[in-house]
Design a protein around this ligand. Structure first.
Ligand code: HEC
Length: 93
């Protein structure tokens, strides 16, 4: 029975580690979900998240291009964030 305690501690540790890194949706399967995940992760370092529903597609496109480099949003992740923003814009199609 002596080995159970460390085993239990190890399980808790693994569970905690997994929880602290929330899984991003697979961009292949859920591009908009992945875009939202990256938006929430990268775009609130300077301000609270802006609700894309309050902005037009045009201004969201412009904002993303202006702020993506400052947010450290990787070039390959930008199309996904843009897709999420545009899909939820005030004038979304
Ligand atoms: C380096 C700091 C910084 C980061 C990181 C940042 N923003 Fe911003 N953002 C600003 C500032 C400053 C404003 C202007 C706020 C104001 O008008 O008072 C702003 C405003 C905005 C607006 C409102 C429209 C506008 O242009 O005023 C949107 C939308 C926006 N940001 C989107 C984003 C997105 C998307 C990201 C992630 C890619 C992001 N921001 C990351 C600094 C930042």
């Amino acid at each position: 029975m002596r080995y159970l305690a460390p085993l239990f501690a190890l399980c808790l540790l693994i569970a905690a580690a997994c929880e602290s890194v929330p899984n991003a949706p697979d961009p292949e399967v859920d591009p908009v979900g992945y875009g939202q995940h990256m938006y929430e992760r990268k775009c609130q370092q300077c301000h609270e998240l802006y609700d894309p529903g309050e902005y037009t597609r045009r201004s969201l496109d412009r904002a993303l291009r202006r702020y993506a480099p400052k947010a450290g949003l990787q070039r390959e992740d930008r199309p996904y964030v843009l897709e999420y923003l545009l899909a939820n814009a005030k004038d979304a199609r």
